[in-house]
Design a protein around this ligand. Structure first.
Ligand SMILES: Nc1ncnc2c1ncn2[C@@H]1O[C@H](COP(=O)(O)OP(=O)(O)OP(=O)(O)O)[C@@H](O)[C@H]1O
Ligand SMILES: Nc1nc2c(ncn2[C@@H]2O[C@H](COP(=O)(O)O)[C@@H](O)[C@H]2O)c(=O)[nH]1
Length: 185
């Protein structure tokens, strides 16, 4: 059986991680996106167990205490984490598993899975990043402000990651992502 692989996908909120990943999964259905646990309330249209496992703070803290999360972090007022079992099972089955996570979680994974392939997605500018978050229309003003405050700190950490991709033109960014992911060995 081919060896499984862990792939980290990080970058500031609104940069287009989810957009790139949806395209990647459509074209490469053999890849698996890990479903995270979060205390953030669902956005309209989000489905429990598909977009996230939506839990309350007590349940999240219990999962942390029981060591059920591979990594976790607080981000813009909510908790997010990666269920350990699901990821470990998939990797042992030889799957390539993608984690779409924020910076602190990515750093934790880097320590525990140094072999993970790490992507950092950059915006063409902070101004464009702000426009993308606003146009998405999913966050309150307060949440947008929190996410943008965090964005600069995240961008400053881009060089910690193996591969940086600027998501300016979507098709170009996607081609760079595919090329880096499926590099011939
Ligand atoms: N290359 C691009 N050019 C213009 N708009 C884009 C591009 N990529 C993504 N977008 C748009 O930017 C918005 C944010 O994208 P997306 O939700 O994928 O970001 P994200 O990084 O997954 O955010 P979060 O971390 O908050 O989940 C969406 O409205 C999306 O359509
Ligand atoms: N550390 C983790 N970060 C995660 C996880 N799942 C998602 N995220 C990141 O949180 C922010 C906000 O997400 P949103 O859905 O509220 O916009 C974003 O950067 C995600 O990548 C996780 O399991 N662990």
């Amino acid at each position: 059986m081919e060896a499984g692989k862990l792939i980290i996908f990080t970058g500031p909120s609104g940069v287009g991680k989810g957009t790139l990943l949806r395209k990647l999964l459509t074209q490469h259905p053999e890849l698996v996106l890990s479903t995270s646990v979060t205390t953030r309330p669902p956005r309209p249209g989000e489905i429990n167990g598909i977009d996230y496992y939506f839990v309350n703070v007590e349940k999240f803290q219990q999962m942390v205490a029981d060591d059920e999360l591979l990594e976790w972090a607080e981000f813009a007022g909510n908790y997010y984490g990666t269920p350990r079992l699901q990821v470990e099972d998939l990797i042992s089955q030889g799957k390539w598993v993608i984690l779409e996570i924020e910076l602190e979680g990515a750093r934790q994974i880097r320590r525990t899975f140094p072999q993970a392939l790490q992507f950092f997605i950059l915006p063409p500018s902070l101004r464009e990043l702000e426009q993308r978050i606003r146009h998405r229309g999913t966050e309150s003003e307060e949440a947008i402000a929190k996410r943008l405050r965090r964005a600069q700190e995240e961008i400053n950490a881009a060089n910690e990651f193996d591969i940086q991709i600027v998501n300016d033109d979507l098709e170009k960014a996607f081609a760079n992502l595919e090329a880096a992911l499926f590099v011939p060995c």
